[in-house]
Design a protein around this ligand. Structure first.
Ligand SMILES: Cc1cc2nc3c(=O)[nH]c(=O)nc-3n(C[C@H](O)[C@H](O)[C@H](O)COP(=O)(O)O)c2cc1C
Length: 189
C-alpha cells in the first residue's frame, strides 16, 4: 500500500463518531418556528376542537413550484395528533423577542393545557386552512399536508403552501444554538 493511502486510512480512523444529538456545532444553529394546528381530538374521553402551538427547529423549504414546506414532528407531540387528523398546519416565523413564548410552547404539551391562554399567546384565524396562526408572527405559511414520511421517532409532514404572508420584515429571527432540549438562543442582524 502506498504511503498516502496508509495516511488516509489512519486519518479516517481518527474521525470521531458522534450521535446526532452531539453534533451541536454542525446541525445547529437552527431557526425556531412555531407550528400551529387545529383539529377535533379526544382527551380523557372528551371530544372537542383543539388548537395547539409547538416550537420546532427541524423544518425546511422543499420546492418553489409548487411551494412546499416540511416540518419534522415527534410522534408523542399533541401537534402530531392534530396534524394527523386535520391534514393542515401553519408555520409561524417569529422574532428573537419571542424567545420566552418559544420555550413555553416547546416545553409544555397542549394535550392538557390551553397554551394560548396560559402563555398569553395571541392568535388569529388562517385564511385558507381550518387552523390558527400567531398574530405577532413575522411571516406565516398555511400548509395542507400532501404527504408524510416516517422518520424514526419523528414524522416529516410535507405541506403544500396554500397561503403565505410576510407581516414584518426582520433579520432578528430566533435561532436555537444547541441540540433539541437545549435552551440557548441567538439571532442575526
Ligand atoms: C427550541 C425548540 C425546538 C424544538 N424543535 C422541535 C422539532 O423540530 N420537532 C419536534 O417534534 N419537537 C421539537 N421541540 C419540542 C416540542 O416543541 C415540545 O415537545 C412541545 O412541548 C410539543 O408540544 P405539543 O405536545 O403541544 O405538540 C422543540 C422544542 C424547543 C424548545
Amino acid at each position: 500500500m502506498e504511503d498516502t493511502q496508509v495516511q488516509k486510512q489512519i486519518s479516517l480512523r481518527n474521525i470521531k463518531k458522534m450521535a446526532l444529538g452531539d453534533l451541536r456545532g454542525i446541525v445547529y444553529p437552527r431557526q425556531v418556528v412555531l407550528i400551529t394546528s387545529k383539529a377535533e381530538a379526544e382527551v380523557m374521553g372528551k371530544r372537542s376542537i383543539r388548537d395547539d402551538v409547538m416550537a420546532a427547529s427541524w423544518h425546511t423549504p422543499l420546492s418553489f413550484s409548487p411551494q412546499m414546506y416540511a416540518v419534522v414532528v415527534g410522534k408523542e407531540r399533541f401537534t402530531y395528533k392534530l396534524i394527523k387528523k386535520s391534514r393542515v398546519f401553519c408555520v409561524n416565523f417569529i422574532p428573537y423577542s419571542m424567545e420566552k413564548t418559544a420555550v413555553f410552547a416547546g416545553s409544555n404539551s397542549g394535550e392538557h393545557m390551553d397554551k394560548f391562554k396560559e402563555g398569553g399567546i395571541i392568535f388569529e384565524e388562517c385564511e385558507k386552512i381550518e387552523c390558527i396562526r400567531l398574530k405577532d408572527c413575522l411571516a406565516f405559511l398555511e400548509c395542507e399536508v400532501e404527504n408524510e414520511v416516517e422518520a424514526g421517532d419523528h414524522v416529516i409532514f410535507i405541506g403544500r403552501v396554500v397561503n403565505s404572508g410576510v407581516k414584518k420584515k426582520s433579520n432578528e429571527r430566533l435561532f436555537q444554538l444547541l441540540q433539541p432540549g437545549g435552551r440557548k438562543f441567538g439571532t442575526v442582524k
